[in-house]
Design a protein around this ligand. Structure first.
Ligand code: DGJ
Length: 733
């Protein structure tokens, strides 16, 4: 009886309180985007709109809830919890202390704070009608970049523990006659392959249960095009990318009212999070954007935002790297490395990175079978240690970087013997190996300390180390933690990634200048969650330029060229066995952050001359590539067998254009492409770059065209043969 009375009082108080909200409208806005929410009289907050910013009054929205036509199609809420009238996938699902499974959220308050001239943050606080929990929905709006980052946080204000079974970062409802989802899938050496499909009624889910890698199979980044497949330059497109390196779930549920309910966040799979009295838990950010004019603008929004807010040193030019992996693998000694450095220096390379294989003594790292965890230089291979090599590189005018994989341990290592309690394991079950290695349990603060210490110790090997390649070559299997208590085992997934981010954060605070590359067997961990602590990422172990055209196409839809390590390797390619011309390999690699991944002494004769010149050329054009706006001109997924892209600087006075012939073209076929992205009012002189002695300059070399002609009529180029390519510099005259 007493309980019923309390419930009635709470309901009455809520009704009284929210009646005064009087259809309050809450707007979250950037220069071009707008989100609109409506606080209804009964306290429910409706999600009214997300899209092109509406500058006028929004009275129509507050009247909408009274529209009788909508009777069958309830207005979507701001953050639909499981309970009350919600029958769709919930954004929030809780088990309250008394076992009640439902939640009913109503408005408490909202506040918008200006963080600086470009960023403002709106927090809408909701609470359960009855139970003592609150939920804050955060929106960080980046004005100029037109990005809105959304996340949520839940507070247990009661005395007893509750269980959070699911909590999304963001919910977005869209109403459209048809929705086309672009998502990504792949595998090792085939990351970010693009799939586009028309959504049909029901639920499409994209998710990962691999724990610590997000992008080698599926990806937490997506595009959503309304009323037709996504186009580069027109059509309404929404995009989201979850800034999280752990398990995630995206769901797209199309209902009978043609409303698409989009949810994204951490994967609820086996992840119950217990919240004790006074505790709270927050979700990662979903990075959202929208374009009324195609996916080109979506990418440019992400790139601008990423360079400024989600990448280390996003305003600094990246050096040209030689990485030792494909040139030496595990078989090297001092001489191998110094010879590589000599050759790299001769060719104009600016950074040498010593990859895997340099450490371990009792269990030397001479293959992937041993040594992970024992981060001491191998004295047989490198008797004078790392400092000798690092100084050697610096004396030759190069910077020096080194590879680590601090989250992992080999069964054959001193670390595994010393700290078996640090290894991820499922009780007494066999600890399964992947690439012959086990994982350390980063939910354990001691292991986080070890990871930070590993970084410290490696940095202490030489004052000349200025770059770290951070690798992670496996995912979670047979999950479990000796550190977490029996009733907290489901916390592992979230606790690991929060532990990893805490370690990254401590490292970043201590080494703000060090460049760090994000790598996970190639592009296994490519998400904005991890990227914000890094300077760049390794998109794939596949260095074959043909495959890279596709991998980088998908990757660069979200992530900018400045961070896309793109290395020229040898031919035939080690992953695919494919033969390609050196020019094609450079032309593809130069569309990202150029590097090399080979034995440089093997580049001889004309190839050596070409490579040295191409490196010199890249130094001149890299500001365009690394800071410019990306315009994709021809997608490799189109039928023609060409691919083309262009980077244009912000004032459109210079551009660099890339074109690739990715299959054989019959004599009757020719390359033609419109150069959207230039200024129609300007005139541009075209200069062909990366020319080879065996081919004449293309006819457009040294010619002048109006921007308008290049945009409307475009360029025809004689690049027909398989793996023919062209790089053009366009300069305003
Ligand atoms: C996987 C990375 O993607 C490669 O580049 C290389 O660093 C190897 N690991 C080394 O084991």
């Amino acid at each position: 009886m007493k309980k019923i009375l309390i419930v009635l009082i709470v309901l009455f108080a809520n009704t009284f309180l929210y009646a005064r909200q009087d259809n309050r409208i809450i707007r979250v806005e950037t220069d071009k985007l707008g989100m609109v929410f409506l606080v209804r009289e009964d306290g429910i907050v409706n999600y009214q709109y997300f899209g092109d910013k509406i500058s006028s009054d929004l009275s129509v929205y507050s009247a909408r809830q009274k529209n009788p036509l909508l009777g069958e199609c309830p207005e979507p809420g701001l953050f639909p919890a499981y309970g009350e009238r919600n029958v769709f996938e919930p954004a929030l699902r809780l088990v309250h202390a008394d076992g009640v499974l439902t939640t009913g959220l109503i408005y408490v308050s909202d506040k918008t704070v200006k963080i600086d001239g470009n960023i403002s943050e709106t927090v809408i606080r909701l609470k359960d009608r009855i139970y003592p929990i609150s939920v804050d929905i955060h929106f960080k709006a980046y004005k100029k970049e037109n990005i809105i980052c959304q996340h949520s946080e839940i507070f247990n204000e009661g005395e007893k523990e509750i269980a959070v079974e699911k909590m999304a970062s963001a919910y977005v409802p869209l109403h459209s006659q048809s929705c086309y989802l672009t998502h990504f899938s792949g595998a090792w050496a085939a990351e970010m392959q693009l799939y586009e499909e028309k959504l049909t009624p029901g639920i499409k889910k994209i998710e990962s249960k691999k724990g610590i890698r997000t992008t080698q199979s599926e990806s937490p980044s997506f595009l959503l095009s309304l009323n037709g497949p996504a186009n580069e330059n027109y059509g309404e497109v929404y995009a989201g990318s979850l800034a999280w390196s752990g398990n995630y779930q995206l769901s797209f549920e199309l209902d009978e009212c043609e409303v698409l309910h989009i949810l994204g966040g951490m994967n609820p799979f086996a992840s119950t999070w217990h919240l004790a009295q006074g505790e709270s838990v927050s979700t990662p950010e979903m990075v959202l954007t929208y374009s009324p004019a195609g996916i080109g603008q979506i990418s440019r929004n992400y790139h601008d935002w990423c360079r400024k807010y989600s990448l280390q040193h996003g305003d600094q030019i990246r050096p040209i790297v030689l990485n030792s992996w494909e040139g030496a693998y595990f078989s090297f000694n001092e001489e191998t490395i110094t010879e590589m450095i000599d050759n790299a220096a001769e060719m104009g390379v600016e950074m040498f990175v010593l990859d895997d294989g340099w450490f371990g003594n009792k269990y030397p790292r001479n293959s992937d079978k041993a040594g992970l965890g024992d981060w001491q230089p191998n004295t047989t291979k490198l008797p004078r240690g790392i400092n000798y090599l690092a100084k050697y590189a610096v004396d030759k005018g190069l910077k020096f970087g080194i590879w680590i994989e601090p989250e992992m341990v080999s069964p054959d290592s001193e670390l595994a013997k010393k700290h078996p309690e640090w290894i991820v394991k499922s009780g007494d079950r066999e600890i399964l190996k992947i690439r012959n290695q086990w994982m350390l349990d980063l939910s354990n603060p001691e292991v986080q300390d070890f990871v930070v210490k590993t970084f410290d110790n490696v940095m202490a090997l030489s004052p000349y180390i200025s770059y770290i390649k951070w690798d992670a070559n496996r995912h979670v299997t047979n999950v479990g933690s000796e550190y977490l208590s029996a009733d907290r085992q489901t916390h592992f997934w979230i606790a690991y990634i929060k532990g990893l981010y805490s370690a990254y954060g401590r490292i970043r605070a201590k080494y703000p200048e060090t460049m760090i590359q994000l790598c996970s067997s190639g592009g296994g961990r490519l998400d904005f969650g991890a990227l914000r602590y890094h300077d760049e990422f390794w998109p794939s172990d596949n260095t074959n330029p043909l495959n890279r055209v596709f991998i980088q196409y998908g990757t660069n839809l979200f992530f900018p060229a400045i961070a896309t390590a793109s290395h020229v390797s040898t031919s035939p390619n080690h992953q695919t066995g494919m033969n390609t011309p050196l020019k094609f390999r450079f032309d593809v690699a130069m569309s990202g952050r150029l590097g090399m991944e080979l034995q440089p002494k093997d580049i001889v004769g004309n190839d050596r001359v070409f490579a040295t010149k191409a490196i010199e050329t890249y130094k001149k054009i890299r500001p365009l590539i690394q800071f410019g706006d990306l315009y994709r001109l021809i997608s490799p997924y189109q039928e023609g067998g060409w691919s083309s892209l262009m980077y244009v600087n912000k004032d459109k006075s210079q551009a660099v254009f890339f074109a690739y012939s990715i299959r054989f073209h019959e004599r009757t076929k020719f390359f033609e492409c419109r150069l959207n992205g230039l200024d129609p009012a300007k005139k541009y002189k075209v200069t062909e770059l990366n020319t080879v002695a065996t081919r004449k300059y293309l006819w457009i070399n040294n010619k002048i065209f109006s921007g308008e002609e290049l945009i409307k009529k475009g360029l025809e180029l004689d690049i027909k043969a398989c793996f023919d390519s062209a790089v053009l510099l366009l300069t305003e005259i």
